[in-house]
Design a protein around this ligand. Sequence first.
Ligand SMILES: C[S@@+](CC[C@H](N)C(=O)[O-])C[C@H]1O[C@@H](n2cnc3c(N)ncnc32)[C@H](O)[C@@H]1O
Length: 251
Amino acid sequence: MTDYYESDEQLGQYLAFHFGDQYFDVANYPRVCADRCRGLVPETDGLRALDLGCAVGRTTFELARSFSEVTGVDLSRRFIEAAKRLQRQGQIPYQLVDEGDITRSVVADLADSGLDGLQSRVAFEVGDASSLADHISGYDLVFAGNLIDRLHDPVSFLQGIHHRLNVGGYLVISSPYTLLEEFTPRENWVGGFYRDGLPITVLEGLRRYLEPHFEMIGEPEDIPFVIRETARKFQHSIAQLSTWRRMRVMQ
Ligand SMILES: C[S@@+](CC[C@H](N)C(=O)[O-])C[C@H]1O[C@@H](n2cnc3c(N)ncnc32)[C@H](O)[C@@H]1O
């Protein structure tokens, strides 16, 4: 499934999801997630955030309303090219599928989302969240939106992510936990199965692998989102957003 997020179809769906219309009164998910992240930190200069699995970048831009420096990382070259073009030109044209081969030309525009002027605070790069480059470190907040159920090896991601965060920094994970063997082999699932006859949820799995370095802050929150597939088909999902704070661990 490495090429799944490189297609015209996915590019159009994600540009529309991040910068297009809202449906069924469900608020823009990348913006709502960024608002939750922004609510965790004081509005002071100098804070740095990392948006992992940033896709075409809406949450990265939204985080830049508070954070001085935001890095968006995604495995899809196509998505990162689109995010960089938005950063450079403020706009990007794309095709919205109405039905079958029938499409419409539309434009994603940063200014329409009130995000113009934030371009100098963001940087986008292609990268694998499970094996990030060394320079991706020293962040005050890491956001992983709808990523955990797309990783081949979520355990190694969860066990290593504290290296990217400053002590006291926040990790925010949001996901509808859509577990699919095409993305995550069953033996790598952190939850969503029975062990000794008892159900183990993904949230319990997150706790298990994060707790050596993190404590959960508050209660998880449900955040709905709608992704338009065609004029007549929409995915309506409910993500669970949980917040974790990196603790100082005495060795
Ligand atoms: C379901 S989409 C979510 C995108 C975005 N966070 C959002 O909520 O709209 C999953 C994203 O994760 C990216 N992705 C998948 N595996 C990845 C990995 N190992 N490292 C970084 N990004 C990855 C995909 O390219 C895609 O953009």
